[in-house]
Design a protein around this ligand. Structure first.
Ligand code: ARG
Length: 588
């Protein structure tokens, strides 16, 4: 259905046309003076010069035409030439009726649906997920859901870090501990075992150990680098070990991402880019894009008009090993071949901004992907602790994601059970759901590029701009609807009536902004704008709720209309929180 602003603009535009002016002047916006009006049009001012007329005279003419329209309750022409509009309650009620009956609440599919790959995992295998992986997962999942909702085909790719030194370190340590394994036998020709010779918890112990040791022991680190290089060149035993590591890691990561309500369509990693790398490098050399520098291969990506220095992109180390940029470039080739996307969106720490500038420029120079394909890096800021430094555990270590999720559900459990008696099992389930919402909303409500402070007390509060507050509003509606149903009534027998109070009209106006909000969120990849919208909507709903006797209303039709309005509010809120990646419990 048409967005409400478009609908109104159309009427105002034809009024301009009717009076002999260009219809482009009829663009209507939400009023920035809600004390005066609901919508406004400033077109008369812009139109005045061309028409050689005072703006207020034009505004007067338009007002006269608009006075004939049933869309408005009142139109004022205000000097020097503003048009202030108050929408007719009947029109608004009809808008609500249509919105309730439409698919997807009247949100239309984008005019040009695209195929989009979203890269928002980035976890490194054999290392547990930690809070550093929280932001890409939360933000990426939400953007993916919104882009799908408006009709795009979106592939979420976890793009695991599985090709770097960390794998070499693990293999090296394994070789020290179990040198007799067939993976390390040069002459072994049989089939490698199906079962991994280690468990996930072995890996979680081996990696930090090996990483620590490599920092003190030069020779040990050199071995690990050598192994990494051999692995990248197809060493069969090491490749088999990597396969074991991946199998174990995938299962564990799926579980962990799952507990965040985050899923991926593709479980690819940096290692999947390897088959594309040798030809890519040859080609770049042939085209003269890549050149040697101190034994390494580099691509000069600086441009004349750069405002800062952009160093060359290193695509091969002097020992022939691939780097982070190399796998990202190979991955672009792979994605082009497999998904042939119109856009690739990377949700990655903003501190990697330079890396993506280098990779994108190299990809364009080498023609790995068409110029019409969008490459975007959405760089997010850091989640800090209350001390303003990157969030750490109490003893200064990196916090595991599962521990953080547990901490926040525990806190939620305390709050839920504080004031009333609830079944402990149910409270536990509820605490999990609300805790996740607290965590995700606390993150998503900030503009992604900004740093923010993880504040357990504030995030879990039922008041203010928080996840629990929003869920509480949804649960409140659910409980009214249940009570209504218990009375044996069915709102579907009635229809939404024109609002009679300001708080009711405000609620309708807020609901009518849903389509435009989704539009902006999808265009700007900006979930924080969806958060701002539902916070405002929840406030408007709660205000209406406090001002209106819903269950005590004696006029059945009026009451039915309230209930239908609440059903619509609930659907908008629930759809929105689903797009943000969480859900509301039945009770709280
Ligand atoms: N594994 C990387 C890291 O931990 C993040 C990967 C992000 N995605 C990408 N295509 N580079 O920093």
């Amino acid at each position: 259905m048409k967005k409400i602003l478009d609908d109104i603009s159309e009427v105002v535009s034809s009024a301009f046309e009717k009076c002999g002016y260009d219809k482009e002047y009829g663009k209507v916006t939400i009023s920035n003076r809600p004390d005066l009006c609901e919508f406004q049009c400033n077109g008369a001012m812009a139109c005045a010069k061309k028409a050689h007329k005072a703006p207020f005279m034009i505004a007067d003419e338009i007002k006269e035409v608009l006075d004939q329209s049933e869309m408005f309750e009142k139109v004022d022409s205000v000097k020097p030439g503003f048009l202030n509009m108050i929408i007719a309650p009947e029109y608004l009620a009809n808008y609500m009726v249509t919105m309730s009956s439409e698919d997807k609440l009247g949100v239309e599919n984008t005019a040009n649906p695209r195929t989009i790959v979203m890269d928002y995992g980035g976890a490194n295998v054999a290392k547990p997920l930690h809070v550093g992986h929280l932001r890409p997962a939360i933000i990426g999942e939400s953007i993916k859901r919104v882009l799908k909702y408006v009709g795009n085909t979106v592939y979420g790719d976890v793009h695991l870090g599985d090709w770097g030194l960390q794998i070499g370190l693990i293999i090296n340590e394994l070789r020290h501990r179990k040198p007799d394994l067939p993976y390390f036998d040069q002459n072994f020709t049989g089939e490698y075992p199906k079962e991994a010779p280690f468990t996930l918890s072995d890996l979680e112990e081996i990696y930090p150990y090996a990483s620590g040791k490599s920092k003190e022991d030069e020779a040990y680190k050199k071995d690990a680098l050598e192994i990494t290089n051999e692995l990248q060149n197809g060493h069969p035993g090491y490749t088999a070990i990597l396969k074991h590591i991946l199998t174990l890691s995938h299962a564990d990561l799926k579980k962990n991402y799952g507990s965040l309500n985050v899923t991926f369509d593709l479980w690819k990693g940096e290692s999947d880019a390897q088959p594309y790398i040798p030809d890519m490098i040859e080609d770049m050399k042939k085209k003269g894009i890549a050149e040697e520098s101190d034994g390494a291969l580099i691509v000069r990506v600086a441009k004349d008009d750069d405002k800062r220095e952009i160093p060359p992109c290193i695509i091969q180390k002097s020992d022939g090993a691939s780097l982070y940029a190399t796998t990202d470039l190979g991955t672009i080739i792979m994605r082009k071949k497999e998904q042939n996307p119109d856009a690739i969106i990377y949700v990655v720490d903003k501190r990697q901004e330079l890396h993506f500038v280098q990779v994108f420029r190299t990809a364009r120079m080498a023609g790995l992907i068409g110029d019409d394909v969008e490459l975007t890096h959405i760089g997010f800021g850091t989640m800090n602790g209350k001390d303003g430094k990157p969030f750490k555990t109490r003893d200064g270590g990196v916090m595991r994601l599962e521990h953080m999720i547990k901490d926040i559900s525990d806190e939620m459990y305390k709050k839920i059970t504080e004031n009333h008696t609830v079944d402990p099992e149910e409270a536990k389930e509820t605490a999990k759901i609300v805790g996740l919402a607290a965590l995700k909303y606390g993150d998503l409500s900030n503009q992604a590029s900004k740093d923010y402070v993880f504040d357990m007390e504030r995030f879990t509060s039922f008041e203010g701009n928080t996840g629990p507050y929003l869920l509480y509003s949804i649960v409140r509606i659910k409980s009214i609807l249940a009570k209504y149903k218990e009375l044996g009534k069915n709102a579907k027998d009635y229809k939404i009536l024109a609002p009679t109070t300001k708080s009711e009209k405000d609620l309708m106006l807020a609901l009518a902004n849903f389509q435009a909000t989704i539009d902006v969120v999808a265009k700007e990849y900006a979930p924080h704008k969806l958060c701002a919208y539902i916070y405002e909507l929840a406030n408007t709903f709660n205000h209406f709720y406090h001002e209106t006797k819903i269950m005590a209303e004696e006029d059945e039709q009026r009451q039915g209309s309230y209930i239908l309005l609440l059903m619509l509010t609930k659907e908008v809120l629930e759809t929105s929180v689903d797009l943000l990646g969480f859900e509301a419990p039945e009770r709280m």
